[in-house]
Design a protein around this ligand. Structure first.
Ligand code: GDP
Ligand code: IMO
Ligand code: MG
Length: 420
C-alpha cells in the first residue's frame, strides 16, 4: 500500500514537515521525482534541517528511506546532506537506499542549466540552477548515467562521452566558466555514493509492499510546476503529480491509496511564470515577512498572494487528492481581511478552469473576501478551539475544491498540527 504526500501549488507548501509528521505511520519513505531543486524543511530536536535529496523520513530511526528511479541525484549535495544527517546519529548506510535507475546530475548539467538561463535573459524560467532540466533532458534523450552504472566498468568512458557532448553545447552557449573544481568534488562524492545501498528499486519496494509494509511517497515541487500540467514553460522537468509516483518508484496505480495534497493557506511562487493572485503590494510584503517566505534552496524571496482556488481545485482533480493538509494557517492570524480567488477573468470573460498557456494571458483574479480571525492560533491543538472566522475560511475552501481538508498546520514544528 502506498500513500502519497505532494504539493498542490508552486512548491514549498510545507511537504517536508508533513512527511516528517506522518512518517511514524509508515515503513518506507520514498522520494519519487525531482532532485536538489527541492528544499524540504523540518525541525529535529528543535533544530532546523533542510533536505534536498534525502526523503524527509530520515530522522525517524528504523525507517527505510529510498530515493526512487524518477529522481535526479546530485552526488555532491547527497554527500553533504548525509554528513548533516549523520550528526544526528542516523546511519545512512543502514536507512538510506537508492534505486539503480536514479539518474545522476553531473557538473556539466549544472553548467548547462546556468548557460541556458543566461541565454533566456528576461524570459528565464528562474531555475534553481541545480542542473535539473539538463539532467532530465539526458534521461529522455537516452544519454544519462544512472546510479546502477557507477558499479560498472564502462562508467568512466560513458561519463567522458557525456562530458564531451555537454562541452559542445556549452561552447554554443559561449559558456567559459571553469568547472574543474565542480568535477573534483563530484568524483569525490561518487566514491561516497558507491558505498551506499544502491538497489533494484522497483523489486525492493514491491517486495516490501508484498510483505505488507506501508510506503509513503514524498513529492517535490508542486502540481503547478508539473512538466505536463503546470504553467509550462515555467515549470520543473518532472511529473510532480500523483501519476509520477508510479513511474518514479515502479509501483502500480492499484497500490496507491491516499493522496494527501498539501497547500498553504495562501499562495507563493519562487522563480518566473504566471501567478494570478500575486500581491505586489504591502499585503504581499506582509505575507512574505510573516510567513518568512524565502526559498529553502536558493534563499530567493518568494512571490506571495492569496490562495488560488481555481488552481487548487485543478490540482486536486489531476492528483486524485483524497485528503488536504492546509499549512501556514497561522501566518494569516493577524490579517484583518483575507481573499480567495474563485475564478479567472480573461479578456472580460470569467472562467473556472486553468487555461492553456496561462503565461500568454492577462488574468485578473475574481476574489471573494473574508474577515480575518485576529487571534494567535499557533498553540491550538484541538479543532474545537479554532476561531469561528478561521473555520468559515477553511470550510469555504473545502467546499469549493471538493476535497476534504483534514489537517491544519499552525506552525513549523512537528507537533503544530490540528486534525479536523
Ligand atoms: P516544502 O518544500 O514543501 O517542504 O516547504 P519548504 O520547507 O520549502 O517551506 C515551508 C516553510 O514553512 C518552512 O520554512 C517550514 O519550516 C515552514 N512551515 C511549514 N509548515 C508551517 C506552518 O504551518 N506554519 C508556519 N508558520 N510555518 C510552517
Ligand atoms: P520544493 O520541493 C519551489 C521552481 C524554480 C523555477 C522552476 C524550475 O522545495 O517544493 P528547476 O530548478 O526545477 O529547473 O526550476 O521550478 N522550483 C521550485 N519552487 N519549490 C521547489 O521545490 C522547487 N523546485 C523548483 O524556482 O521556478
Ligand atoms: Mg521547499
Amino acid at each position: 500500500m502506498v500513500d502519497v504526500i505532494l504539493g498542490l501549488q508552486w512548491g514549498d507548501e510545507g511537504k517536508g514537515k508533513i512527511v516528517d509528521y506522518f512518517a511514524p505511520n509508515y515503513d518506507i519513505i520514498a522520494r519519487f521525482q525531482g532532485g536538489p531543486n527541492a528544499g524540504h524543511t523540518l525541525y529535529v530536536e528543535g533544530q532546523k534541517m533542510v533536505l534536498h535529496q534525502i526523503p524527509s523520513g530520515i530522522f525517524h530511526q528504523n525507517k527505510i528511506n529510498i530515493i526512487g528511479g524518477g529522481v535526479v541525484l546530485d552526488p555532491v549535495t547527497l554527500k553533504k546532506e548525509c554528513d548533516k544527517v549523520a550528526a544526528f546519529g542516523i546511519d545512512v548506510k543502514k536507512n538510506l537506499f537508492i534505486s539503480e535507475r536514479t539518474n545522476i546530475i553531473v557538473p556539466t548539467h549544472r553548467a548547462l542549466d546556468k548557460a541556458s538561463e543566461l541565454q533566456k535573459g528576461e524570459g528565464k524560467i528562474g531555475s534553481t540552477l541545480k542542473g535539473i532540466g539538463p539532467a532530465y533532458m539526458d534521461k529522455t534523450g537516452r544519454n544519462a548515467i544512472r546510479a546502477g552504472d557507477l558499479l560498472d566498468k564502462s562508467f568512466i568512458s560513458n561519463y567522458i562521452k557525456l562530458r564531451l557532448k555537454h562541452q559542445k553545447l556549452l561552447d554554443n552557449f559561449n559558456f567559459i566558466e571553469d568547472i574543474s573544481l565542480w568535477e573534483e568534488e563530484f568524483f569525490e562524492a561518487l566514491e561516497f555514493l558507491r558505498t551506499l545501498n544502491i538497489v533494484n528499486g522497483e523489486y525492493f519496494i514491491n517486495n516490501k509492499i508484498a510483505e505488507g509494509k506501508k510506503v509513503l511517497a514524498e513529492g517535490a515541487q508542486g502540481s503547478m510546476l508539473d512538466i505536463d500540467f503546470g504553467t509550462f514553460p515555467f515549470v520543473t522537468s518532472s511529473n510532480t503529480i500523483s501519476a509520477g509516483v508510479c513511474t518514479g518508484l515502479g509501483v502500480s496505480p492499484k497500490q496507491i491509496n491516499d493522496v494527501l495534497g498539501v497547500t498553504k493557506a495562501y499562495c507563493t511562487r519562487v522563480g518566473s511564470g504566471p501567478f494570478p493572485t500575486e500581491l505586489e503590494d504591502a499585503t504581499g510584503e506582509e505575507l512574505r515577512k510573516t510567513g518568512n517566505e524565502f526559498g529553502a534552496t536558493t534563499g530567493r524571496p518568494r512571490r506571495c498572494g492569496w490562495i488560488d482556488l481555481v488552481a487548487l481545485k485543478y490540482a486536486c482533480m489531476i492528483n486524485g487528492v483524497t485528503k488536504v493538509v492546509m499549512t501556514k494557517a497561522d501566518v494569516l492570524d493577524a490579517f484583518e481581511n483575507l481573499a480567495v480567488c474563485t475564478a479567472y477573468n480573461v479578456n472580460g470573460k470569467e472562467t473556472s478552469e486553468v487555461p492553456f498557456q496561462m503565461n500568454k494571458l492577462a488574468i485578473d483574479p475574481v476574489l471573494s473576501f473574508f474577515k480575518g480571525w485576529n487571534k494567535n492560533t499557533s498553540a491550538i491543538k484541538d479543532a474545537a478551539e479554532l476561531p469561528t472566522n478561521m473555520s468559515t475560511y477553511i470550510n469555504y475552501i473545502n467546499s469549493f475544491i471538493g476535497a476534504p481538508i483534514k489537517y491544519v498546520s499552525n506552525g513549523p514544528e512537528r507537533e503544530q498540527i490540528i486534525q479536523l
